[in-house]
Design a protein around this ligand. Structure first.
Ligand SMILES: Cc1cc2nc3c(=O)[nH]c(=O)nc-3n(C[C@H](O)[C@H](O)[C@H](O)COP(=O)(O)OP(=O)(O)OC[C@H]3O[C@@H](n4cnc5c(N)ncnc54)[C@H](O)[C@@H]3O)c2cc1C
Length: 409
């Protein structure tokens, strides 16, 4: 291995997920020299969430990229539904939101990330290094001054005014920085799998369906992305009972024809998401800040993770672009980012925890387990609440807007 290379940049971002790429793009657009490092060679991963909510669509609109974005393959939902007592109930309605694009766009995350990377690459002051894994943060006198990354060819030291940890829910940046994580127990896991889409299937774009609930169905065009909600740590037990027992479990809750589950050949056709809700007690240290899942892992309820990550990126760029460009970044600027994004994060997590606990209470015994959770019963009773749910899900508790800036492309 050859000797270490050193790169100097103004801002180095760890992780090219939605948060990292959007931040890199916005900072480059605002004239900041920015380097994003990503440990993978490409964006092709397992299912990671496909939901591009109205708040994110608004950001894309404000960036003038809507036509390019909508040219990519996607499906749309103006409403989300769930099954209750054999009938379909609208649980979130986006059709009256005060934004231009009143729908959720379902788009594979790799397409979205490739799109952001391509847009960002138009700026000469944007650099994306793939297959570059962060191994250490570099510090001097208590201040973070950069990152060390490992590529297949060499180790690279990156000097920067600011390090941004956007490296997801298992962030090495937040661990190495010694930031304190507060966790909130949520005892569930989601088993994700694909089932083919065929003529005569239900007309769902995304929903909890089935008489016992706990099954999510997302229309991915040619197939259904399906998620089965199970109690935490029970997947090993489920696996020990074999694939046939698992197929039956899925068939019992799925609205698709029972024989569709034959497509699950083995547990290799599934992937497990441990549902975790946590957040950092403080998102920053001198010279470093975390955003997106690295600052707060969300439950999949409402599919808000990608969208909160994007909102964090917009707020971070709005607050930090000028101080970074002008070389006057202060701790107070980092504190201002946390202050701005802390309320929507806490409020969303609180809502997710309330929804989970209402679901748990409903599952006191097997009979009750068959009913839908309390919040769905509430919306079924007062349909106007579907608009409120649509607003909270689609726009969040605090929607960010892209600051006008002179384009530096
Ligand atoms: C199975 C699953 C299903 C989900 N479903 C949904 C959904 O339906 N809707 C929704 O909104 N959200 C969903 N989420 C959550 C969503 O994926 C995240 O909230 C969102 O991607 C967070 O974006 P982020 O940029 O903060 O982090 P991430 O998307 O996790 O991106 C972090 C990036 O950092 C990179 N990285 C990690 N460590 C290093 C390192 N040491 N060095 C360099 N790079 C590193 C990773 O490779 C990754 O590219 C789901 C998540 C999972 C796992």
């Amino acid at each position: 291995m050859s000797e270490n290379e050193t790169i100097k940049t103004t801002c180095v971002v760890a992780g090219a997920g939605p948060a990292g790429l959007m931040l890199g793009f916005l900072l480059a657009r605002a004239g900041v020299d920015v380097t994003v490092v990503e440990k993978h060679a490409d964006f092709l991963r397992d299912f990671r969430g496909d939901t591009i909510h109205p708040s994110t669509l608004q950001v894309i609109e404000e960036l003038g990229l809507m036509d390019d974005f909508l040219a990519l393959p996607h499906t749309r939902a103006e409403k989300l539904s769930a099954e209750m007592d054999g009938r379909t109930v609208t649980i979130a309605d986006f059709s009256k939101l005060p934004v231009k694009n009143r729908f959720i766009a379902f788009m594979p995350q790799w397409d979205f990330l490739n799109f952001l990377a391509a847009q960002a690459s138009r700026y000469p002051n944007f650099r994306l290094i793939m297959q570059a894994e962060v191994t250490e943060i570099r510090e001097r006198n208590g201040r973070v001054i950069g990152l060390s990354v490992r590529t297949p060819e060499r180790e690279i030291d990156i000097d920067a005014e600011l390090v941004v940890g956007a490296d997801g829910r298992n962030s090495i940046v937040r661990t190495k920085a010694g930031l304190t994580i507060e966790s909130f127990g949520v005892p569930s896991e989601v088993v994700w799998m694909k089932l083919s889409k065929q003529v005569g299937d239900p007309n769902e774009v995304m929903g909890h369906a089935g008489p016992r609930q706990g099954f999510v169905l997302i229309d991915r065009g040619e197939y259904w992305q399906c998620g089965l909600v199970i109690r935490k740590t029970t997947f090993a037990e489920i696996k020990s009972q074999g694939i046939e027992a698992f197929r039956k479990m899925v068939a019992d809750v799925s609205p698709l024809p029972a024989d569709r589950v034959e497509e699950l050949r083995s547990f290799d056709d599934t992937s497990l998401l441990t549902v975790r809700i946590d957040r950092l007690a403080q998102w920053w240290r001198p010279g470093l800040i975390c955003i997106g899942d690295a600052a707060h892992a969300m439950s999949p309820i409402g599919g808000v993770g990608v969208n909160l990550a994007i909102q964090d990126a917009v707020a971070t760029a709005n607050i930090l672009a000028a101080p970074l460009r002008e070389g006057r970044l202060a701790d107070a600027d980092l504190a201002a980012v946390e202050k701005r994004r802390s309320f929507p994060t806490k409020a969303t997590q609180k809502m997710q925890l309330m929804m989970r606990s209402s679901r748990r209470k409903d599952k006191g015994d097997d009979q009750k387990r068959k009913g839908p959770p309390a919040f769905i019963r509430g919306i079924a009773r007062w349909p106007v609440l579907a608009h409120l749910a649509g607003r909270l899900m689609g726009m969040g508790f605090r929607m960010e807007h892209v600051k006008a800036t002179k384009s530096h492309a």
